[in-house]
Design a protein around this ligand. Structure first.
Ligand SMILES: O=C(O)c1ccccc1NCC(=O)[C@H](O)[C@H](O)COP(=O)(O)O
Length: 209
């Protein structure tokens, strides 16, 4: 009787270059994140993201990331490029998130398990809930981990984010057992520039979890 090996999925976020996108896929990433939040050092112009996405192989999810963006801006970007999932990192309401008629992931910055559970319950129709570190005034990409004890039981698939790297992702997976992990800073040479060796090391740790 063969055993089914369940692997934690991996999203590599903050992609700004085609070479990094292809290296992430080569390393085994299941999803690539493109940040459309202008204040982020990982911001990518939608046209550049479109050109990268057009050159990617199939079977890798394309994720577009927004923070309290005007509805028209999200509509414009989702018409310009083909995204598989929208990721909302601000105070977006369920109605706003569902208004684009595409699968979405709601990112929540965790302070307490109760608060995270309450916010997640509002987004019952989200395809997944991403739990990330809470840093005042910083919506995401903080490079900081949060207390994994403060993770509530969720109805939706859990994506764990925040300060993950090859150094801690195996412990994170064994402790939290998330559906997926999400990483940005921990696989970079500098903000927005990914490091192939770090991506490969990250994936090796995930596979060994
Ligand atoms: O990556 C950013 O710069 C960013 C800016 C604003 C909102 C969200 C952002 N990233 C979203 C992600 O999904 C990151 O991968 C996640 O926050 C984890 O980042 P890190 O702690 O650097 O691994």
């Amino acid at each position: 009787m063969s055993t089914i090996v369940k692997r934690t999925r991996v999203k590599m976020c903050g992609i700004t270059r085609l070479e990094d996108a292809l290296a992430a896929i080569e390393a085994g990433a299941d999803a690539l994140g493109f940040v459309f939040y202008k204040p982020s050092p990982r911001y990518i112009e939608p046209v550049k993201a479109r050109d990268i996405i057009r050159q990617l192989p199939p079977f890798v999810a394309r994720v577009g990331l927004f923070v309290d963006a005007p509805r028209c801006e999200v509509l414009e970007i989702t018409e310009l490029l083909s995204l598989d999932l929208l990721q909302f990192h601000g105070d977006e309401t369920p109605a706003y998130c569902q208004g684009f008629h595409q699968p979405y992931m709601k990112a929540l910055r965790v302070r307490t398990a109760d608060e995270a559970a309450e916010q997640a319950a509002l987004h019952a129709n989200a395809s997944a809930i991403l739990l990330d570190a809470y840093v005042e005034g910083v919506p995401g990409g903080t490079g900081q981990a949060f207390d994994w004890q403060q993770i509530p039981t969720l109805k939706q698939p859990l994506v764990l984010a925040g300060g993950l790297s090859a150094a801690n992702v195996q412990q994170a997976i064994r402790q939290v057992r998330p559906f997926a992990v999400d990483v940005s800073g921990g696989i970079e040479a500098s903000k927005g520039i990914k490091d192939t060796g770090k991506m490969q090391a990250f994936m090796q740790q995930v596979l060994g979890a």
